[in-house]
Design a protein. Structure first.
Length: 244
């Protein structure tokens, strides 16, 4: 874990926008901590750590021990499945007000993915030992954690299935639509990912991704500049995604 700033205890929750904070009014849809009592929540709060990472830094490393849940306050991070011979797949992008379990929570206490900062990141690390303390005594919290874990698993499984069964144009279409609808929520959108990262999201080489991107542009489906994508014919792109 490589943090660019000092490690600090969160002493107060007043006005805090973290998912796990008592007074937060902006917890997002993945707040698993609503089911905790105030005393249980305070126990977690007293031990959580606020950390900042610079763009490009590794937050967690695949195959290392899993000791914390990560609550993303602000910024973008990529979830990477590291394969042999340097072949990586980006299987998800984490954004503001999100919680990442690491893949091995409650199972083998191992990070099954690498998480790296795309932009500067502010996040909280919450000890899994504190989480486990409440699983057996608070069924509401246990169910919410199960929902979060299963939801992340289903999403990643769907991503991998699409990468296996779709042809290159379908995978590129999926990537462009995902960025528009789930990350930037705008059209056109400015992206900060490199072409290699976009290729890693699509399960192909950078050269193949650029070639398919140019084919979309030549067909009038998108307009692409250096760091901008404008989807001109979204229905066509959706159809390409649907047909694979």
């Amino acid at each position: 874990m490589h943090a660019s700033s000092t490690l600090n205890n969160c002493d107060s929750c007043e006005g805090c926008k973290y998912n796990c904070c008592i007074n937060s009014n902006n917890c997002g849809a993945t707040n698993i901590f609503n089911g905790l009592t105030r005393e249980e929540l305070r126990s977690i709060m007293d031990n959580k750590r606020q950390i900042k990472f610079r763009a490009g830094e590794t937050i967690t490393k695949q195959n290392t021990p899993l000791t914390h849940l990560i609550c993303i306050k602000s910024g973008l991070a990529k979830v990477v499945s590291e394969g042999p011979k340097g072949k990586n797949l980006i299987i998800d992008i984490i954004k503001d007000n999100n919680i990442f379990t690491g893949g091995g929570t409650v199972i083998d206490d191992t990070h099954h993915f690498t998480v790296a900062a795309i932009t500067d990141i502010e996040c909280c690390f919450i000890e899994t030992s504190k989480i486990f303390t409440f699983l057996s005594v608070n069924s509401t919290f246990a169910i919410e954690l199960m929902k979060l874990y299963n939801g992340q698993h289903i999403k990643m499984h769907k991503t991998l299935i699409n990468l296996i069964h779709k042809y290159m144009p379908g995978r590129v279409a999926d990537t462009l639509l995902f960025l528009k609808n789930e990350i930037y929520d705008s059209n056109p959108y400015q992206f900060i990912l490199t072409k290699q990262e976009l290729a890693d999201m699509s399960g192909m080489t950078k050269e193949s991704f650029i070639r398919n991107l140019k084919d979309f542009e030549d067909s009038g489906i998108i307009n692409h500049s250096r760091n901008s994508i404008h989807i001109l014919k979204e229905e066509d792109l959706i159809e390409i995604s649907r047909n694979g």
